[in-house]
Design a protein around this ligand. Structure first.
Ligand code: MN
Ligand code: MN
Length: 276
């Protein structure tokens, strides 16, 4: 009788262990899945995800890459926004690559082709600039995918926009680490028989940290935040990027996104109201 009881207890104990191991496995696979689905752990989203992008939403489709995170809009044929970290480790000197359609989009979606922009009078404008990701072939390939491209007026792309991109890399070469988010707003028509929408404006938000690797807690009311909003049109080539400075609040209102959302609301309010 006693021996039987002990035997039963042993079996019970074993069953408990099996149950515990199963629950642990289940929980860890859920976390992994959540990371893959939400991008939570990506270094590029340290300051938060501007929209509720997921891999289940065709208008706000989350594309997580080692080089950047972006939200793609299938119906517009362009990204809603792209976010990336920039520090010296990302910078190299590889030559530019040809643009390629993004084969990572879900099956059945139209893949914008490089020649959809041909004769459109718009540049293939990088969201994440080529020169921000030119250290490895894999990095370069990632930024030359058509999901990282929007129709950008040549004067914008090669004028104030390019000068702001260069200024960002100057900051990085002087030792800073940047968290950048960029995208288009409004509608100024379309190209490629309506398959690719042309945004009316292009915006960018840059948070400047003193050096690479600083935690989010190092951000204070004094942390520089650059926000710009530029018209996607001709005739602005010689304008300075500084003349397009605005507040993050302004871009939040325009786009409906929430930037810097991982910061404490009080700090967020201060940083977002400023025009740097
Ligand atoms: Mn460009
Ligand atoms: Mn915000």
């Amino acid at each position: 009788m006693q021996a039987q009881k002990i035997q039963l207890q042993k079996i019970q104990l074993r069953l408990w262990w099996i149950a515990i191991v199963w629950v642990c496995l289940l929980l860890s696979s859920c976390t992994l899945l959540q990371t893959a689905v939400t991008g939570q752990e990506s270094p590029h989203l340290l300051l938060g995800k501007p929209s509720n992008a997921t891999v289940f939403n065709a208008k706000d489709y989350l594309l997580i890459r080692p080089q950047y995170v972006l939200s793609y809009n299938r119906d517009k044929g362009i990204a809603n926004w792209a976010s990336w970290q920039l520090n010296q480790n990302w910078l190299g000197d590889l030559p530019r690559l040809p643009f390629e359609p993004d084969l990572a989009l879900p099956q059945g979606w139209y893949q914008v082709q490089p020649n959809d922009y041909t004769n459109s009078s718009f540049d293939r404008g990088h969201l994440v600039p080529a020169a921000d990701r030119d250290k490895t072939i894999a990095d370069s390939k990632a930024v030359f995918l058509m999901t990282n491209v929007l129709p950008q007026s040549p004067d914008n792309n090669r004028g104030p926009w390019e000068r702001l991109e260069s200024y960002c890399r100057e900051l990085v070469r002087s030792g800073k680490e940047l968290y950048i988010t960029t995208g288009g707003a409004g509608k100024a028509g379309s190209i490629a028989q309506g398959k690719v929408m042309v945004p009316a404006q292009i915006w960018k938000i840059v948070v400047v940290l003193e050096r690479p690797g600083l935690p989010i807690g190092s951000i204070t009311e004094k942390t520089p935040v650059i926000a710009v909003l530029m018209p996607n049109e001709q005739g602005i080539k010689t304008n300075s990027w500084q003349s397009y400075r605005t507040s993050v609040d302004e871009i939040e209102q325009l786009t409906g996104y929430d930037f810097l959302s991982t910061l404490d609301p009080g700090l967020q309010a201060v940083l977002e109201a400023k025009v740097n």
